[in-house]
Design a protein around this ligand. Structure first.
Ligand SMILES: [Zn+2]
Length: 211
């Protein structure tokens, strides 16, 4: 482990100790915080997927305004699923790493076309180098127009081909993605599309995938 990495890990450890110290000082119930409730992730996933399904059903064939609203609802629930994936990476959903991994692979990561292994590697760097430019993968490089108005920066993100490809294909564009992961995602989506076609018909399924 190089010096910078060990420094990053030390910082994370000291942050954890500070947070735990603050919680203890405020007499917060630590048992409740660290307890694992096995049914909770299941309820969360069912809720998120149900909201996505409801958004698709109620906007199907209604028009562009309903489509836009549904896209916002779905984006919001995808964010919630990504939060659950984050908890799985930290082994916070279940007691064992294997159970966290299997639950995330079947119910979360494939739906987001994300890969748990790649996410874990990137996320480890994020925590080890929290907020450090060029080292924390969650910190964007400052745009060339950093001193211009927020709208210019926002507009550049909207028209960024890279941002669109990342939003649509997520990890599918990542060359480090293994063929095993690609095969798993392909199977997962094929099964979902086939089931939807059989129950709801082709036009509904095309609309669902487009959303
Ligand atoms: Zn984290």
């Amino acid at each position: 482990m190089d010096h910078e990495q060990s420094t990053g890990v030390d910082t994370v450890r000291s942050d954890i100790l500070t947070v735990r110290g603050e919680l203890a000082a405020r007499a917060v119930d630590m048992t409740a915080i660290f307890s694992i409730i096995p049914w909770r992730p299941v309820v969360d996933v069912v809720f998120d997927c149900s909201m996505v399904f409801i958004a698709v059903v109620f906007s199907f064939g209604v028009g562009i305004a309903a489509f836009t609203l549904a896209a916002c609802v779905i984006g919001n629930r995808q964010r919630a699923l990504a939060n659950l994936l984050h908890e799985a990476v930290h082994n916070n959903l279940y007691r064992t790493g294997l159970l966290n991994e299997r639950f995330a692979a079947v119910f979360i990561s494939a739906s987001l076309t994300s890969d748990l292994g790649l996410y874990r590697r990137a996320h480890s760097r994020h925590h080890a180098f929290l907020g450090r430019q060029g080292k924390d993968p969650d910190v964007n490089d400052p745009p060339a127009n950093v001193n211009r108005s927020w709208w210019i920066v926002y507009r550049d993100q909207i028209v960024s081909v890279q941002a669109w490809l990342g939003a649509i294909f997520s990890r599918l564009m990542d060359r480090r993605l293994t063929w095993k992961s690609r095969a798993w995602m392909g199977l997962w989506w094929a099964a979902l599309i086939a089931t939807s076609c059989a129950i709801n018909g082709a036009s509904f399924t095309i609309y669902f995938v487009a959303l």
